[in-house]
Design a protein around this ligand. Structure first.
Ligand code: ZN
Ligand code: ZN
Length: 373
């Protein structure tokens, strides 16, 4: 097992002992990937059993063994179709001394049906297992918050793949194209640049539709004088990037040009605020203050950003009221926006990693106000 992974297991075991639990069971695919390098691609049950004192075992479907063995040197126990994986799981838990239900479970990622089967295999009522169990979700999410150098390098690579995608989109933006056309151009260019897939559903919104922060990409046809808002990301070896750029087809309408400069100033002010020891609330306020002072406060209708890594939205969140303090290794987005109903929206989003002294911006595509087509 590589050193980083074994450090992660050590940290989980330490947390289990603090919780007074005999074992942990990891069921979320992202957690499994974080700890073992393998993640479960199917609906068949897989569980990573981590005894508080002992070596972990990955219980998985037999047909996944080859894949898992190439990703990880962890001990594997396979179950075959027709067998009950929960019998094997209960065996591993008993061996770890967890038969009374002193198990830390990923409560946010454990379906009730599986909990029932797990309890049954241990000879416990589901309610008894719930009473005895602890929650492993916050333990793993806290561990995943601060990225190590290898993780930052993967996010940086995923962020670099966004540049050729935006270049390709820019070359394709002209009156008459549809939102779907531009989304396809972005996605194909990312894949050509080496992405394993998209980080999340690509959003391309034209004109007034760009004022809907969660509007969906459709068949709208681009006209001159409309903005093009592109929010998309790449996935690379499990890690994700996330960028938004807003350009205009032809000359910018006056008010949206003004809004662009305000949003850009907010983006830069928030990035300037990112450094260790600063509360996430303060970063949100740095962006919001700029937009409020320009008179557009009521049109900035979402938080300033979110953590990203193995998941597109994860801790920590750049949101009003979050007193949590930035630490080196945090990777967050900074994505202020102003949305004028019926007119259009502008959002400018970057990914930044907190360093020992400040931060470094991972997304590098220009933030100049561009007129294209
Ligand atoms: Zn985004
Ligand atoms: Zn985002």
């Amino acid at each position: 097992m590589n050193e980083r992974r074994s450090q992660r297991f050590t940290a989980v075991r330490q947390a289990l002992r603090q919780q007074g639990m005999a074992a942990g069971v990891v069921t979320a695919p992202v957690s499994m990937r974080y700890l073992t390098g393998w993640s479960n691609p199917s609906k068949r049950f897989a569980g990573l059993v981590i005894p508080a004192d002992g070596d972990p075992t990955l219980l998985l479907p037999a047909l996944e063994v080859e894949e898992a063995r190439s990703a990880s040197s962890i001990r594997l126990v396979a179950w075959h179709d027709g067998e009950d994986p929960f019998v094997a799981l209960a065996g591993l838990l008993r061996a770890a001394g967890a038969d009374s239900g002193r198990i830390s479970l990923e409560e946010a990622d454990l379906p009730v049906g599986q909990l029932r089967l797990m309890a049954g295999a241990l000879g416990l009522k589901p309610a008894a297992l719930i009473d005895a169990a602890a929650d492993l979700t916050p333990v793993l999410s806290a561990m995943r918050e601060c990225k190590d150098e290898d993780e930052v390098a993967l996010i940086r690579q995923a962020a670099d793949m966004l540049n050729p995608a935006l270049d390709a989109a820019l070359a394709s933006i002209r009156p008459g194209v549809t939102e779907r056309d531009i989304a396809r151009v972005l996605e194909e260019a990312m894949l050509a640049a080496g992405a394993d897939g998209v980080a999340f559903e690509t959003h391309v919104l034209f004109g007034p539709a760009s004022a809907l922060p969660h509007g969906s990409t459709g068949g709208r046809v681009l006209e001159r004088g409309q903005v093009v808002l592109m929010d998309f990301g790449a996935q690379y070896r499990g890690y994700r990037s996330d960028i938004t750029r807003t350009v205009c087809c032809g000359p910018w309408p006056d008010e949206l040009a003004r809004v662009y400069e305000v949003v850009l100033a907010a983006n830069l002010a928030a990035i300037a605020a990112v450094k260790p020891g600063v509360a996430l609330d303060e970063v949100d306020r740095a962006a919001r203050r700029v937009i409020e002072e320009a008179g557009y406060g009521e049109y900035f209708i979402h938080r300033t950003g979110h953590g990203l890594g193995l998941e597109i939205h994860e801790e920590p969140y750049v949101v009003a009221g979050n007193a949590k303090v930035l630490r080196p290794g945090h990777v967050i987005t900074i994505e202020p926006g102003v949305y004028l109903p019926g007119v259009g929206g502008v959002r400018i989003e970057d990914d930044v990693v907190v360093t020992e002294t400040g931060c470094s911006v991972l997304t590098s595509w220009t933030k100049e106000r561009l007129s294209v087509g």
